[in-house]
Design a protein. Sequence first.
Length: 207
Amino acid sequence: MSKGKFIVIDGIGGCGKTTHAKLLRARMEKDTVLTHEPGGTPIAEKIRKLLLHGLIPTADVATEFFLFWTARAEHMREKIIPALRAGRNVISDRFDSSTFAFQIFGEKHPELTKLFWEARKVVLGSYKPYAYIILDIPVLAAEKRRAGRKPTKDRFDEKSRAYQGRVRIGFKEFAKAIGQRAHVVDANSTAREVDKNIWAIVRNVLH
């Protein structure tokens, strides 16, 4: 049985990634797995609460960095790899691209860059995403979108505009580093237009 395709949709808060992950899932085969990070498994969900809800306020960036990779390792082992081995496609709402953008660029810790790529090699192995869809949107436009939705407990969404701007740059730098498997999509448009552009990319990936 051939291995399934692993697709990531990511971007700054308010870019529409969760909406478009669901829309993409609706376009794909019925047994496609839709998951998210941090989380996706019971243990990873517990780590998610620690990270996103500020339950460890004294944690430094290095601690957060390793917690994200711990959750990801569990996510890969318990959910993503078994699905791919079974020939099922997987869509993840956020993945390692977020760790790169938020912890390295947003938090201004470039010294974690080398460690990021080493952790990626160990944790992902031969199951690296087949495609990254990075939804790019200006910080102010994303902020307006976040203001119009239900309140969340994601403390990263509450960070400054300067922080969000650095994260946006981080996603673009990640895409450059990944190369052909990364696709930056203009998300400052209608949901229908963005969905169409995402599907054009993914359709080529699947065939």
